[in-house]
Design a protein around this ligand. Structure first.
Ligand SMILES: [Cu+2]
Length: 492
């Protein structure tokens, strides 16, 4: 029952071709989002259980297939960790050693990548660490970075879009002394609420439409959900609520905000900002996170929404969701609210120093290539020396949305076209939206974990693009050491 969706996408392509030159705000969206009545309580992913063995905090995750009801009367085949859709929230402390026993209960190979985590390449969960059906993979590493909202998702070669879209994703929260001492709402699921925002298209049988061929950026679904709940509300009992927003979509970029109020942006991908930033909106492309704190008045109802996102100089932005505006999550305040302090914290980890950089690399994204090449599992594209601070100059030379995600490190945006980044890009980041034809100067430092053979990835996080080859590999080596050979794989 794919005919309707396919026909719709064919129409989209025709429309894009016809009016690309004349694109403007008056053109209706080609990826409209359904209205919802916000009557379902927001599902909050459970905190994962763990055990401590020989000083190691051990989690278990099992990828499995199940059935999920996104809409009343409809059952959809989905994938999840330890359940039918999404996965539990892992949580650990800076300085702790963790291990995750990842079991693959599916009938095909997958992997689990710890997005935003600083860790050895062989623990990273990218395409070089596949987990075969029935197998268990047990990466272990020390948490060695500031408190942050990270996440985990599959990263199998050429299959990432499908595996994430089917539902394999979850949050990995890190805490540290500074985050514990911060004045911020922090009761998980009560006033510190994870919000994984995704969009899906269901076919006439209620199954996930996985056919993303017709769109240059991947699937834009018409059904928007938070933590898998369509039309979700959350009961607010405090004067302030912290939302940990994750764009868990495979293609869509959101511009989160509220109709009638500003809010405090307190953290981005890699943790807390230097100070809260008062703003009225935050744009998140797939894979990016933002922690925001919103004030509530007793008895009121407000909705977190996504306004039509400014995609930069994209041709025909309406074809990429640029004209879509819709509500995402309703916040319902109780008649009486417990007091919450103003967001405040003392300590902030400063990022790598641009002046210390000794190496500059250039990355140009176009079509499905980076620097004119498609991903090759057997080719090391860049060799980085441990201990170096580097500048990566990244440019999207293509009039469609792309983004850039670097594994292993959090970077700082030193400048965009030579100018200071806006406040929402002034903290530690691991994923950044690339407005076409602008140069993003990223500073990053490679402190440890040299391994000449096992590469880390950098890629566009619009997952169709990643799967189609917009990805490269880098290894971190000791001074004087040369890059080796990536592990050989069978089966793909
Ligand atoms: Cu891309």
């Amino acid at each position: 029952m794919r005919t309707t969706a396919r026909a719709r996408r064919a129409a989209v392509l025709a429309a894009v071709t016809a009016v690309a030159a004349a694109a403007c705000g008056a053109i209706p969206s080609t990826s409209p989002v359904r209205d919802q009545d916000f009557s379902a309580e927001l599902t909050v992913p459970p905190l994962a259980e763990s055990r401590v063995e020989d000083g190691v905090r051990v989690f278990e995750l099992t990828a499995q297939q199940g059935r999920t009801s996104f809409l009343p009367g409809t059952m959809t085949t989905t994938w999840g960790f330890d359940g039918s859709y999404l996965g539990p929230t892992l949580r650990a402390e800076r300085g702790e050693r963790v291990a995750v026993e990842v079991t693959n209960g599916l009938t095909e190979a997958t992997s689990v990548h710890w997005h935003g985590m600083h860790l050895p390449a062989e623990m990273d969960g990218g395409p070089h660490q596949p987990v075969e059906p029935g197998a268990t993979w047990r990466p272990s590493w020390e948490i060695d970075q500031p408190a942050a909202t990270l996440w985990y998702h599959p990263h199998p070669h050429g299959q990432t879009e499908e595996h994430v879209y089917r539902g394999l994703a979850g949050l990995f929260l890190l805490d540290d002394d500074a985050s514990r001492a911060a004045s911020l709402p922090s009761e998980y699921g009560v006033d510190d609420v994870p919000v994984i925002v995704q969009d899906k298209t269901l076919d006439e049988d209620g199954e996930l439409d996985l056919d993303s061929d017709g769109n240059a950026v991947g699937l834009h679904g018409d059904l928007v959900m938070a933590n898998g709940t369509v039309g979700a509300y959350h009961a607010v009992t405090t004067e302030r609520v912290r939302l940990r927003l994750l764009n868990g979509s495979t293609a869509r970029t959101y511009a989160f905000g509220f109709e009638d109020r500003t809010f405090d942006l307190v953290g981005t991908d890699g943790g807390l900002l230097a100070r809260p930033v008062r703003t009225d909106g935050v744009r998140l492309s797939p894979g990016e996170r933002a922690e925001i704190v919103v004030e509530m008045r007793p008895g009121e109802t407000v909705r977190l929404r996504s306004a039509d996102p400014d995609l930069g100089g994209v041709a025909a932005p309406f074809a990429f969701g640029g004209n879509d505006a819709f509500d995402v999550l309703e916040l319902r305040a109780a008649a009486e609210l417990a007091p919450s302090p103003e967001p405040r914290w003392a300590h902030h980890d400063t990022g790598p120093d641009e002046a210390a950089a000794t190496v500059t690399r250039t990355f140009e994204l176009q079509d499905r290539e980076i620097n004119g090449r498609r991903m090759d599992m057997s080719r090391i594209d860049e060799t980085v020396t441990v201990g170096e601070t580097e500048i990566w100059e990244v440019r999207n030379r293509h009039p469609v949305p792309h983004s850039f995600h670097v594994h292993d490190v959090q970077f700082e945006v030193a400048s965009i076209d030579g100018a200071q980044p806006p406040p929402e890009l002034a903290g530690r980041k691991d994923t950044i939206y690339l407005e076409p034809n602008r140069t993003y100067r990223l500073v990053m430092r490679f402190e440890d974990y040299a391994d000449p053979d096992v590469p880390y990835m950098y890629h566009c996080h619009m997952l169709l693009h990643e799967d189609e080859g917009m990805m490269g590999q880098f290894v971190v080596v000791e001074p004087g050491q040369e890059a080796g050979s990536p592990p050989a794989h069978h089966g793909h």
